[in-house]
Design a protein around this ligand. Structure first.
Ligand SMILES: [Zn+2]
Length: 158
């Protein structure tokens, strides 16, 4: 995404009060030798492994841009000589989650993870403390809208 495209998205979001829904992250383009078996060439840069740091644009998108470029330089420094190309991109948390990405706001603690066991199907999933365990449709069906399991405990239902 070039800077003009980014500016249009940011201005549009700010105009309708949605700036809080935008985050910067660093995307990496991998050389062929470092690509995963899927062959994916680009992905969100993570640190530590499996966690993508993001920088919220609100309340000051210009400050956020400077901040995310500092993050990019740290990642570039740690990966110098590996042929990885880094760039700053925009996203929203729901897009990251739809892609199965775990993210955190850079500078804030990473959520602790627990193994949660679904009492309906017995499935085990590693989730952040406090996350809703939406393991399977049957785990949510008895509880109704807005309910689910909370860090391995039932909540919002009987
Ligand atoms: Zn389940």
């Amino acid at each position: 995404m070039n800077r003009t495209q980014a500016r249009k998205i940011i201005n549009g979001a700010a105009a309708v009060g949605d700036l809080h829904a935008l985050f910067y992250f660093v995307e990496m383009t991998l050389p062929a030798s470092l690509r995963p078996p899927s062959g994916a060439a680009t992905m969100a840069a993570s640190y530590p492994a499996g966690w993508v740091p993001v920088v919220p644009l609100a309340p000051d998108p210009d400050a956020a841009r400077h901040y995310v470029h500092l993050m990019l330089e740290l990642m570039a420094s740690a990966n110098r000589g590996r042929g990885i190309v880094l760039s700053v991109e925009l996203t929203a948390p729901d897009i990251l989650e739809d892609c199965g990405v775990r993210w955190y706001v850079w500078g804030e603690p990473i959520p602790a993870l627990v193994d949660a066991v679904c009492p309906v199907c017995g499935g085990v999933r590693r989730v952040a403390v406090g996350a809703v365990l939406d393991c399977c449709p049957a785990s949510l069906a008895p509880l109704g809208v807005g309910a689910g399991m909370y860090a391995g405990q039932w909540w919002g239902g009987a």
